[in-house]
Write a protein that binds this ligand. Structure first.
Ligand code: HEC
Length: 487
């Protein structure tokens, strides 16, 4: 460790001596470096964004020159998690060797400013939104929430009615933003259909009990069954065909999650999550108090499918058959009675049991707790993206496919999973998955003291939504090949 700064300085000096005679070739900030930073860094390194400093102007970048060189040479910046892979990703942030060499040569050449006339115009982010264009609709939390200086908060739910009245929209892109980053640990935004007779007051759902009294609605009732789905949401089936879980549109659909590294979601052209007037937008908030009184009113922006709607966007975790350290522990999705009786997990709700299977307890100090899960593919689908999700003990993730002919292929792995930097991996080209394939997901957990994020290696860890408990979810994002949407 000690040696590293000396080596960097030494290399810098050598580089400087070598490159200084050829000044004409030394890259300059204005001409060579700014375009690279605008393309590869500024989406995070700009004011009010996720990175700790802005890298937009020469004066902002210059003090970081040495650190930038070190981070890009070690490929720690821009962040990117994929290791081995047989797929290409459209959000692959890795820079080309040429771009890295230009940054290194610039730093080694003394980080010159160059001529202002060469400077390209910086990228603009209208209203600060990631997708460079204002959303079609912005929905804010129904109330400004007061975050008291206390030790912790449970997950809190707020509901806002879908604000449009002109029929179904397909949400193609969305972005969630806290108004107060300091206290928002994460936001999950979902679409919810309440049972008839539900009344939402100040963002909280109420129903009327048998005696006519207004009582809070059980959160688990925030869903509809297939039978009650409006016609627009029904997926056409062959006569006699049973619904399968791959084409189930529930009354509770998660749209996106905001955590460090995430907070926006996008699908291919024509593809989106269906949302109907009468449904509610659910902000599931996890606040982390700062020690002072704070306020937050988070918001979500939606961009709808323009032009011809093609497909519904679906997502599901690979979770049907589960094995721990190679031994099968679960053959099917847990049943509601188990969840009800607390036998599966704390925190699981009826709305989530179809999506989350309970994670068997992780023993204290176990450094390589390996959970493998499978999902049988029961119709032709096309995968557009992946989202591996674990909490602070997550260590690595891996996706594989077994084709109907028995051929097994690695899709990709994430060798160093980071809870504090989660990523959705979006495919550059859609991946066709034929009926009869098997998808496999492996999540490895480190509950030992070696894991710097582990709050308590002595603890046996259970499934729950809280980040100090665990989850093992290998999400896939897909469309159904047979679905046709009429205009
Ligand atoms: C997707 C978001 C994202 C992108 C893109 C990104 N960064 Fe970062 N960067 C971060 C975050 C978040 C941190 C702080 C946490 C960390 O180090 O992981 C960071 C930290 C850094 C640091 C260390 C700062 C310190 O406090 O020591 C440097 C240097 C850096 N980035 C340079 C770059 C450069 C150069 C690029 C482009 C070539 C880039 N980053 C692209 C998000 C990003």
């Amino acid at each position: 460790m000690r040696l590293r700064p000396a080596v960097v300085v030494f290399a810098g000096v050598v580089g400087f001596l070598w490159s200084s005679p050829v000044t004409a070739q030394t890259p300059t900030f204005s001409k060579d470096v700014a375009p690279i930073l605008y393309k590869n860094c500024s989406q995070c390194h700009r004011p009010n964004e996720v990175a700790p400093m802005s890298l937009m102007t020469y004066d902002e970048v210059r003090p970081w020159a040495r650190s930038i060189k070190s981070k890009v040479v070690k490929k720690e910046m821009p962040p990117w998690g994929v290791g081995r892979s047989t797929l290409d990703f459209s959000n692959d942030r890795r820079m080309s060797d040429k771009e890295i060499a230009t940054l290194v040569a610039w730093v080694d050449g003394g980080a010159p400013r160059g001529r202002d006339a060469d400077l390209p115009s910086p990228p603009s982010y209208p209203g600060g939104w990631k997708f460079n264009v204002e959303p079609d609709v912005v929905v804010k939390m129904p109330v400004e929430f007061k975050v008291e200086p206390r030790s912790e908060y449970p997950m809190l739910d707020f509901y806002v009615p879908v604000p449009w009245t002109d029929g179904m929209k397909l949400i193609q892109m969305s972005e969630a933003r806290p108004s107060n980053k300091a206290v928002v640990h994460h936001i999950t935004v979902s679409l919810v259909t309440f049972p008839p007779g539900t009344e939402v007051i100040d963002g909280q759902p109420f129903t009327t009990d048998a005696s006519g009294k207004k009582v809070p609605l059980d959160r688990r009732l925030a869903r509809i069954t297939e039978q009650r789905l409006p016609a627009e949401l029904q997926i056409p089936r062959e006569p006699g065909e049973k619904p399968d879980r791959l084409s189930s549109v529930g009354g509770f659909t998660t749209l996106l999650a905001y955590v460090a590294g995430r907070g926006f979601d996008d699908h291919p052209d024509g593809v989106g999550t269906p949302a109907l007037p009468g449904q509610y937008i659910n902000f599931n908030m996890h606040y982390t108090p700062t020690g002072r009184v704070e306020y937050d009113r988070s918001e979500v922006g939606f961009w709808f499918v323009k032009g011809e709607p093609k497909k519904f966007h679906f997502r599901t975790p690979i979770n049907e058959r589960q094995a721990v350290n190679g031994k099968i522990v679960r053959g099917e999705i847990p049943d509601a009675a188990d969840v009800e009786a607390g036998r599966v997990s704390q925190g699981a709700t009826a709305a989530t049991i179809s999506a989350f299977s309970g994670l068997p307890p992780i023993p204290p100090h176990e450094a390589n707790f390996t959970v493998t899960s499978e999902l049988k593919i029961t119709q032709d689908i096309t995968i557009n993206g992946f989202y591996p999700h674990m909490h602070v003990r997550g260590k690595s993730a891996e996706y594989k496919i077994v084709f109907p002919d028995g051929r097994e292929q690695l899709l990709f792995d994430v060798p160093r999973y980071r809870f504090d930097w989660q990523e959705r991996y979006v495919l550059a080209a859609p991946l066709k998955i034929p009926n009869g394939s098997l998808l496999k997901y492996k999540g490895v957990f480190d509950n030992s003291a070696e894991n710097p994020l582990n709050p308590n290696p002595d603890k046996e860890v259970y499934w729950s939504e809280q980040s100090w408990d665990e989850m093992s979810l290998g999400w896939i994002e897909y469309t159904l090949d047979k679905q046709k949407l009429k205009k």
